[in-house]
Write a protein that binds this ligand. Structure first.
Ligand code: NAG
Ligand code: NAG
Ligand code: NAG
Ligand code: NAG
Length: 408
């Protein structure tokens, strides 16, 4: 297997025999006669998507060759938190709070009390049905998470102390400073259910901007969004005075993290499939314009501001040359992912052995810091980096701990 991966990384090999080999399968698997391929239950429609050229991005991206995050980072709270995607601190600086794969939002109460359940997003939540300990981040949770909830984005309103939640199944919700059962705010837009709310930020006028990752796939099926390259994601806005939800941007490819700038003249959001950080202007002459801020070496998740107004991006790294060929040739993906082979194997052949990269950028996308954990020593499948009190707090969607690193 290792050998195959190396061969595929070599492009001269890639451009011809790889394509030819794939074509040999064409007649047999195109129709997936035995329904064995990984995508066979879905109506899989790969499309071309708007991703910057691989070589250009990788050539210019600074590397952390000594893997400083892996070297100096610390893995904490092992088997105490399960898939803590988003990390947040309340108005008193207490925390972190974390949204877990078992549907709960928990908060750290200090060494003596440990983690306590702070809120849940649905009255459906019961310990018996939803609490699966460190199995919460495995496939065992998949058929329950629709009922139990999966809080992905967390933000405290600095004025009211209320916690706003983007839940992958229950949409946008809010819970008071004492926690409990959250109240739904936005579950539908334009008359249809919001399928995959992902992250949010709060405007000073009270409106909540949040991402809805896809109109077609929910969180459990998120891998298909990446494979298809489909762009049905949206940026939405909930206005409290009228209790209405509006489409701000449509046609996005896996919109994920959201973050306002300090003065709120613009907001940044990540487009995971396109490996990039985007900017939407909200004030000034460019109001309404959408711009690419940075093309990234891998797949970004959340983006969070620090006190200096700079932005931390969590990135599953890196893109590969093989994946680029598939990106540009939807018909190849159509065949490749219909092969009657396990998805994990297909992904490995593509060279998708991801590791953690976190990066700090300024508002124009200038890279200020790159920290890597190449061997996944303290973090894998990174989801968020939150700078708070001289530390980076680093979350993950699929593992059962938090990583920290003293910073700066
Ligand atoms: C890191 O390694 C790459 C190749 O392995 C090299 O091109 C680059 O100059 C190195 N960067 C630093 C900062 O040493
Ligand atoms: C899950 O947690 C238990 C203790 O609660 C531990 O013994 C076990 O090793 C953990 N499993 C994994 C995969 O970390
Ligand atoms: C309970 O979960 C089901 C889906 O599993 C959902 O349709 C229903 O709306 C949920 N009820 C509440 C009160 O959240
Ligand atoms: C708040 O400001 C945003 C950005 O300018 C705007 O789109 C939204 O409509 C405003 N909300 C309210 C309630 O005025």
């Amino acid at each position: 297997m290792e050998k195959r991966i190396n061969l595929l990384k070599d492009e001269t090999f890639l451009q011809h025999p790889f394509v030819v080999a794939i074509i040999l399968f064409l007649g047999l698997v195109m129709m997936d006669p035995f329904h064995l391929g990984p995508v066979s239950e879905h109506e899989f429609r790969p499309v071309k998507h708007d991703i910057a050229p691989y070589h250009q991005v990788m050539k210019n991206w600074p590397r952390d060759n000594i893997s400083r995050l892996g070297l100096h980072g610390k893995s904490e709270f092992k088997n105490e938190v399960f898939g803590p995607e988003s990390l947040e601190f309340d108005n008193m600086g207490h925390g972190p709070y974390a949204g877990l794969a078992d549907g709960r939002i928990v908060r750290w109460m200090g060494e003596e009390l440990g983690w306590e359940t702070f809120a849940v997003v649905t009255s459906n939540w019961t310990e018996k049905l939803c609490f699966r300990d460190n199995d919460s981040t495995t496939a065992k949770q998949w058929k329950h998470e629709k009922t139990c909830g999966r809080p992905l984005g967390l933000r405290f309103d600095k004025v009211s102390g209320d916690l706003y939640i983007a839940d992958a199944y229950y949409g946008l919700l809010v819970v008071g400073p004492n926690g409990g059962l959250a109240t739904p705010l936005a579950t539908h837009v334009e008359g249809k259910p919001i399928l995959f709310a992902n992250d949010l930020d709060i405007h000073k006028n009270g409106s909540i901007f949040f991402t809805d990752t896809s109109k077609r796939y929910n969180r459990v099926a998120h891998f298909f969004i990446l494979l298809e390259g489909e762009a049905t994601g949206r940026l939405l806005r909930y206005d409290p005075p009228t209790k209405t939800t509006h489409v701000v941007l449509d046609g996005l490819a896996f919109p994920n993290g959201v973050q306002f700038s300090t003065d709120q003249s613009f907001l940044l959001f990540t487009e995971t499939t396109n490996c990039r950080l985007m900017k939407l202007w909200l004030e000034g002459p460019r109001t309404g314009n959408v711009e690419v801020v940075a093309n990234l070496p891998g797949f970004p998740d959340n983006v969070r501001i620090n006190e200096k107004g700079q932005f931390w991006i969590a990135i599953d790294c890196c893109r590969t040359a093989a994946q680029e060929v598939l990106s540009h040739n939807p018909w190849l993906r159509n065949i490749y992912f219909r092969l009657p082979i396990r998805m994990s194997l297909l992904a490995r052949v593509m060279g998708m052995r991801m590791y953690t990269v976190i990066s700090l950028v300024d508002e124009n996308g200038k890279v200020l810091e790159v920290l890597e954990d190449r061997e996944g020593e303290v973090m894998k499948l990174v989801s968020e980096v939150k700078e708070e009190n001289g530390k980076l707090w680093i979350g993950t969607v699929a593992h059962n701990h938090i990583a920290t690193l003293p910073y700066p």
